[in-house]
Design a protein around this ligand. Structure first.
Ligand SMILES: *Cc1c(COP(=O)(O)O)cnc(C)c1O
Length: 550
């Protein structure tokens, strides 16, 4: 009699891709994917979400248990598809929530291939051609941002946060040699803009630098770092005997697309090295997880404008280019393909200008006796992670190959054009203001006011007038209520999914200014859809103010 386990094993083997060519089973594999997609398709409607409004049910979720016996593939897949109920469709033209991308088919296939054949990028003994894909994707990105690909190095990691970990860690080792072995025993600082992503604080905390050692430098009204203030902060830290682990430049901040002046930051760094006779170069990390993609415009002819963007769009693209063309001046750069690269999560590349910098954080081979017995390329000797998936590089490679620079120019140009359409509409309406008017990216922060407010002067009054701060708070509440209304409508399947930020920036008197936020990334957005946002917001405001009582 066949033992029970042998029977089970025979069934289980059919639930795996076959290691040896078996076209019949391949058809079963592909068909199972197809059926899963079919089940997802049944969840689609005109709404910006799958299967209609649906809130996660955590009470039921905590009751979930693994059963004694397994289930068939056919029974398993629908249970996975069920998790897509209520999922937002980031690619839907009415979905403008945040910097979350709609991945392209090529990117998805890149992930599928890597998931199916499961490379580990730790070393090319297990990564094989996927390790090569990582080098290819890194080199393509390096050349794009203006690094010399023959000197630069790159590793894919767990997000823009991971990129910051690397940037700060390498910088720390430059400022405090031996910190990797002995820990951080000297006072160090990280200098960053007050608008830096909280991931900077997180990385500083986890790296033992300490969140309180992150100096938040004031910004100009266009949300770029005040480089004079940076100079002051740096000189003060150095005069106090502290070492600078890193200067973080924001190259496209999350809420406001703020772009720091990297050229000035770099000049300041070089000046400080001489002035204080430093025995290290304070490391400059460019947090370009959002802005990097604009590098595709480095060779765009803004005068001839061959892609035919509107005047406002060309101006916005050219202004972004003006700052982003200097990315190559940073010592390292964080790039998120899963943000502005139309790749599925997680696809983040940490690039260093000089691959030798990786040597600073490399471990001794003796510490890893079971690794690196063969192969020639072992990023695992310096990466933070041990196992690393091949999905990131494959998704990135897919985007770069399929879109090319022109495809990227088209997609980015389109989303900026859509944001400009929205801004134009907002500026033309007496009850609405754009807060990040100098903004040249795809995110628009705006506020709605009661009718009759003088929106020509309101922004300055809110920011500077001490006697007006109570009003700022009142209008914050109004905007929050409008947001909740628009959001509830969207969850009920009508209207548009936008988001909100509680603090776009502070007034001169320390009161946070809240704002409604539209983040356009979808290739499917149209002018008409952008204009409909304005109607939705105004109707919601009237409802909140009780002007539309049924
Ligand atoms: C999103 C973001 C991060 C964090 O990146 P993850 O990929 O989410 O880890 C860091 N900096 C900026 C500016 C961001 O927008």
């Amino acid at each position: 009699m066949t033992p029970r386990y042998q029977e089970l094993l025979a069934t289980l083997r059919r639930q795996f891709p076959q290691p040896v060519s078996d076209p019949v089973h391949d058809a079963y594999f592909v068909f199972t994917i197809l059926r899963a997609l079919d089940q997802v398709d049944a969840l689609k409607s005109q709404m910006p979400m799958l299967g209609g409004p649906h809130e996660p049910d955590y009470a039921q979720a905590v009751a979930a248990r693994m059963l004694a016996s397994g289930q068939s593939l056919e029974a398993t897949v629908p249970q996975l598809v069920a998790q897509l109920q209520g999922m937002f469709l980031w690619g839907h033209p009415q979905s403008q929530v945040n910097v979350i991308t709609h991945p392209s088919i090529a990117g998805i296939i890149g992930v599928l291939l890597a998931s199916t054949y499961n490379p580990n990028l730790c070393s090319d003994e297990s990564g094989r051609g996927f390790s090569e894909a990582e080098v290819k994707a890194s080199s393509m990105a390096a050349a794009l941002v203006g690094y010399d690909p023959s000197r630069a190095g790159g590793v894919f990691t767990f997000g823009g946060t991971g990129c910051l970990f690397y940037g700060l860690k390498i910088g720390l080792e430059k400022a405090v040699p031996g910190a990797m072995r002995r820990g951080v025993r000297e006072p160090v600082v990280v200098l960053a803009s007050e608008h830096c992503h909280y991931a900077v604080l997180n990385a500083a905390g986890w790296l033992g630098i300490g969140q309180e050692s992150v100096v938040r430098v004031p910004t100009h009204l266009d949300n770029s770092l005040d480089v004079d203030a940076l100079g002051k902060a740096a000189r003060q830290a150095l005069a106090e005997g502290k070492r600078i682990a890193a200067i973080v430049a924001m190259m496209g901040s999350t809420d406001a697309f703020g772009l720091d002046d990297l050229r000035a930051v770099r000049a300041l760094r070089d000046l400080l090295v001489n002035e204080f006779e430093l025995d290290y170069n304070p490391h400059i990390h460019a947090d370009a997880v959002i802005g990097w993609a604009w590098s595709v415009f480095n060779d765009y002819d803004f005068t001839a404008n061959p892609l035919g963007f509107r005047g406002r769009t060309v101006r916005a693209l050219a202004r972004a280019h003006n700052r982003l063309q200097h990315l190559r001046l940073a010592d390292s750069i964080g790039i998120d393909f899963h943000k502005t690269g139309y790749a599925p999560y997680i696809s983040s590349l940490f690039l260093v200008q000089n691959a030798v910098d990786f040597g600073l954080i490399a471990r001794d081979r003796e510490a890893m006796p079971y690794l690196y017995q063969s192969g020639t390329h072992h990023p695992g000797m310096y990466t933070l992670e041990t196992s690393r998936s091949g999905t990131g590089p494959m998704a990135a490679l897919a985007s770069m190959i399929m879109l090319g620079r022109e495809g990227f120019q088209t997609l980015l140009g389109h989303i900026v054009e859509m944001a400009e359409v929205l801004r134009e509409g907002l500026e033309a309406h007496p009850d609405l203001t754009v807060l990040n008017g100098d903004n040249v990216g795809p995110v628009t922060l705006f506020r709605v006011y009661p009718p009759g407010v003088d929106t020509f002067t309101i922004k300055d009054r809110e920011r500077t007038d001490a006697g007006f701060q109570r009003k700022v708070e009142e209008y914050n509440r109004l905007n929050r209520q409008v947001f909740e209304r628009v959001h509830a409508e969207a969850l009920a399947g009508a209207g548009v999914v936008i988001s909100m930020t509680d603090c776009y920036r502070h007034t001169d008197h320390g009161v946070p200014i809240a704002a409604l936020k539209s983040y356009v990334l979808s290739p499917f957005t149209s002018e008409e859809r952008m204009r409909s946002i304005i109607e939705h917001v105004l109707t919601a405001r009237d409802d909140v103010l009780g002007r539309n009582v049924d």
